[in-house]
Ligand binder design. Structure first.
Ligand code: ADP
Ligand code: TZP
Ligand code: MG
Length: 244
């Protein structure tokens, strides 16, 4: 166990609740409500518009941005281009979730283009992850039974989590949004992403204690994100530096 990360994650979670960062999410059309509810439960403030006319204004004053490529269409592509441009101009950190890029070569090509535009973090499931080449410097998070956070040869693995998370649509999308929350308050994206995965994984474990299936897991996860405190992190974090 790495002793420093849980303490850092606990301190960052307190800071989320105090500072209430606004995170703009360019979310797919399937799970925006769940993702917005998850961020609100955690203590952040979500904004969600994908209108090309407005998104630049929303991102200019947000504390971080999440770009999720699910249900991609021409208007979403336009909005994403504007949002990423404004984030770069204003120095706002952003995370990329290349949702389902393994189902569609044009989406995979767009994800690869976006990776060259300087996200702080990529969050992908194993199939999406294996398809992309991550530029040096971008923190690469591969989720699954074990979450792996890697940057420039260093890696953490987080084994917190619950199998019911894999049965609820949008848990991966929400985990990417939680990464963006931590990017808003922690300048080192490797620490931000690692802390986010520990927090999300422990919330999933707490939800799994009362849930009887995916239907009750979803609201239990929202409750756990709201009720999770620093003491839970110090007690339950399972995060280790990977050895070569
Ligand atoms: N077998 C598993 N056991 C525990 N947690 C899991 C498992 N599979 C996925 N998760 C968790 O579920 C969430 C979604 O992960 P994943 O399924 O990889 O992404 P996606 O929803 O984008 O396909 C992540 O928080 C991940 O840690
Ligand atoms: C993340 C996610 N999980 C199930 S549907 C969905 C949204 C993805 O939309 P698309 O069908 O365009 O890939
Ligand atoms: Mg999944």
């Amino acid at each position: 166990m790495n002793a420093v990360l849980p303490e850092r994650a606990a301190a960052l979670l307190d800071e989320v609740r105090q500072r209430r960062p606004r995170v703009h999410c360019l979310m797919n059309g399937v799970v925006p409500k769940f993702v917005a509810d998850g961020l609100s439960a955690l203590g952040a403030i979500p904004s969600m518009t994908s209108s090309p006319e407005e998104v630049g204004h929303f991102v200019a004053k947000a504390d971080a941005l999440l770009v999720n490529l699910g249900t991609l269409d021409a208007r979403r592509r336009e909005a994403i281009g504007i949002a990423v441009g404004v984030a770069a101009e204003r120095g706002r950190p952003w995370a990329l979730d290349p949702a389902h890029c393994d189902y569609s070569p044009p989406r995979a090509a767009f994800a690869q283009e976006l990776l060259a535009r300087g996200p702080a973090v990529l969050r992908a499931n194993a199939a999406e992850y294996d398809l992309l080449s991550v530029p040096a410097g971008v923190v690469a998070v591969r989720t699954g039974k074990q979450d792996r956070i890697a940057q420039n040869g260093a890696a953490f693995s987080v084994t917190n989590g619950h199998p019911l998370a894999a049965m609820v649509t949008g848990t991966g999308c929400l985990s990417g949004a939680v990464i963006a929350v931590f990017l808003a308050i922690e300048a080192d994206p490797f620490i931000a992403a690692s802390a986010a995965m520990v927090v999300f994984g422990i919330a999933a474990e707490m939800a799994g204690e009362t849930a009887t299936g995916p239907g009750s897991f979803e609201p239990a996860l929202l409750d756990a994100l709201a009720n999770l405190g620093g003491a839970h992190i110090l007690q339950f974090a399972k995060a280790d530096h990977e050895q070569d």
